[in-house]
Each structure stands twice: as C-alpha cells, then as structure tokens.
Design a protein around this ligand. Structure first.
Ligand SMILES: Nc1ncnc2c1ncn2[C@@H]1O[C@H](COP(=O)(O)OP(=O)(O)OP(=O)(O)O)[C@@H](O)[C@H]1O
Ligand SMILES: [Mg+2]
Length: 299
C-alpha cells in the first residue's frame, strides 16, 4: 500500500491520524503554497475554477487526497506527490498534484506538454503558482503541478523483482525501449532514470519525473540511462534478497540473466565501461548479483 489516505469529505483519515507524528510531518507539504493541497474545499475550488483543469466538462467533487508513502523494506520514503480522487458526471477520476519549486515546475510542465504528444508520459494540465507570495517575500514558495494519473501496477524495479522472484510468466520489455527511444529521439535525456520513474500499466510503460532531464547528445547518454536504470533496479533486488534472506541462485539468477540478455539487445549497441557502473557496484551487497550486474562492462 504505497498511497495513504490523508483527507476526504468525511475528514482526516484514521490511517493518517494513526501514523507517528514524525511520519505525518514528513507527508505534509512544506513551503508556501498557492492552495492547501490537502484541503478538500480548496481543491474543489481549483479543480472547478481553473480553466486548465476544466477538461471533464462537469462539476468536480474531491473525494480523497492521498500521499505517496511507499515502504521499502522497513523504511518509509516520502515524496511530495499527492493523488486526488474526484467525482465528475457520476464517474471517479484521479489526478496527480506534485509540489515543486517554480523553476522545476515550469520545466516539467514544458517538457511534459511537448512529450505527451508523442511519448508515453503523463499529460500535464497546469502548474499552479502564486507569484504574489513571492512578491510578498513568503519563504520557500512552491507551486503545484497537476498532471494525469498513470494507473500503474508496478514500477520497473518491482517488475524486475517480480520477474526474478515470483516466477511470473512474461517479461514484457519491448514497450519500455520504445517509450525511451521516443524520448531520446526528440532530444531529451531523462537523466534520473531510476526504476521508480518507469511505470507499468499492465499494457504499457510510462516514463515520469523529468525534473533532472538534459539535452540528449549521443549514444553515451543511452548507456548512462540504462546503467542507472538497471543499476537502481538491481540495488532494489539486492535489498529485497537481503531483507528476505535469499541467495542469488537458481531461478533468481537465471531470470536476472535472462532479463539482461533480452533487455540490452533492444537498444542495439555494445555496452563497455560507463562511469556510473562503479557507483552501483559499490551499493550491491550480494557478491554474485554484483558480478552479474558487472557483466554490463563486457556486453
Ligand atoms: N503521473 C503519475 N501517475 C502515477 N503515479 C505517479 C505520477 N507521478 C508520480 N507518481 C508516483 O509518485 C512517485 C514519485 O513521483 P516523482 O518521482 O515524480 O516525485 P519526486 O518527489 O520527484 O520523487 P524523487 O525526488 O524521490 O524522485 C512515483 O514513483 C510514482 O509512484
Ligand atoms: Mg522522482
């Protein structure tokens, strides 16, 4: 359960109230915001009064505000990302609200607006920012980026872990390479391509979070992106194995190798050394898994 309900029409949720205060604080947005994103009435107002958010053609009623709060092997991570469920014309819909500073929000809005025409990325709707707050010298002024919710079942790292550990039948990777090629081909390097930033809907792979993106220059960038994606997801598998006292042998080993053998050829280039490989080698504790990851250098 990565999303935890914070607020709804009937009030602050029990699941939020029962969290330790320190965790509650971590889930609450920091900085000066144009609206209180956790307030049902404020959200109703924005969802109904901002022309950029008026795409459902009916009165929206906020039902649920959830925070993204994944538990990674006993450690809770927090992000300033909220999922809003609202009702419109008798249907339930979802939208993402991500708290960002002015520069990052404007950048992500611009990039997603261009990319969503051709690539599998969320559709951005609006970056709500209050310049007045800045003029009035409020501290740490932030905005809220509203974008479409990608109804995902797994992140890439979870998918790889499931493939290796649970004996899941299919390994559907082709569509990831297509999604990535679409992005690179319009001159964008994601530049933070960790497993959490690639979401699988059960049919398609979507890429999210372009905050750190840069211009795509050449093939070395493809290498950087893949080394990071595979490295980050391998570290996740490593932590999972350690947490569950598993060894890298039998099915896990076979399937991890099958994953590398089937994923890399989709990108059609030889690997060789890359500056990010040692970073991940240092983080992977399991020696056999580290060796398997290190084969990237000679593929
Ligand atoms: N449009 C979206 N649809 C579905 N889920 C999303 C969407 N945007 C973000 N999320 C969820 O929120 C998580 C964090 O999102 P994102 O990486 O954009 O935020 P972040 O605060 O930049 O995180 P970090 O700084 O740790 O990378 C994602 O891994 C994903 O699970
Ligand atoms: Mg992120």
């Amino acid at each position: 359960m990565s999303w935890i309900t914070i607020n709804s029409r009937s009030g602050v949720s029990d699941s939020f109230v029962s969290l330790p205060t320190i965790d509650q604080k971590r889930m609450l947005p920091k900085g000066s915001l144009p609206i209180n994103v956790l307030d049902v009435n404020d959200l109703d107002r924005v969802l109904n009064e901002s022309p950029e958010l008026f795409f459902d053609g009916g009165k929206k009623e906020t039902l649920l505000i959830e925070g993204y709060y994944p538990n990674k092997f006993g450690i809770w991570a927090t992000h300033k990302v909220y999922r809003i469920t609202y009702q419109v014309n008798g249907r339930k819909e979802r939208i993402i609200a991500k708290i960002m500073d002015r520069e990052c929000g404007a950048k992500e809005l611009r990039l997603l607006s261009d990319l969503c025409k051709t690539s599998k990325v969320p559709t951005p709707f609006h970056f709500l920012y209050d310049e007045q707050l800045e003029e009035e010298k409020f501290s740490d002024v932030k905005g809220i980026l509203f974008m479409s919710y990608v109804d995902n079942r797994f992140h890439f790292e979870e998918y790889l872990r499931k493939w290796c550990v649970t004996g899941q039948k299919n390994l559907e990777l082709k569509n990831i390479s297509e999604s990535l090629f679409d992005i690179w081909s319009v001159g964008i390097k994601h530049n933070d391509l960790k497993g959490e930033h690639i979401l699988f809907t059960g049919k398609e792979w979507f890429v999210i979070d372009f905050e750190k993106s840069k211009s795509f220059v050449g093939k070395e960038d493809v290498k950087d992106e893949l080394v990071v994606l595979i490295g980050d997801s391998t570290v996740y598998l490593d932590r999972f194995m350690a947490y569950n006292k598993m060894n890298f042998e039998g099915m896990i080993k076979e399937r991890y190798e099958t994953f590398l053998d089937s994923f890399l050829p989709l990108f059609d280039f030889t690997f060789g050394y890359n500056k990010y490989i040692p970073t991940f080698e240092t983080s992977i504790q399991n020696k056999a898994l580290k060796t398997a990851y290190s084969t990237l250098k000679v593929r």
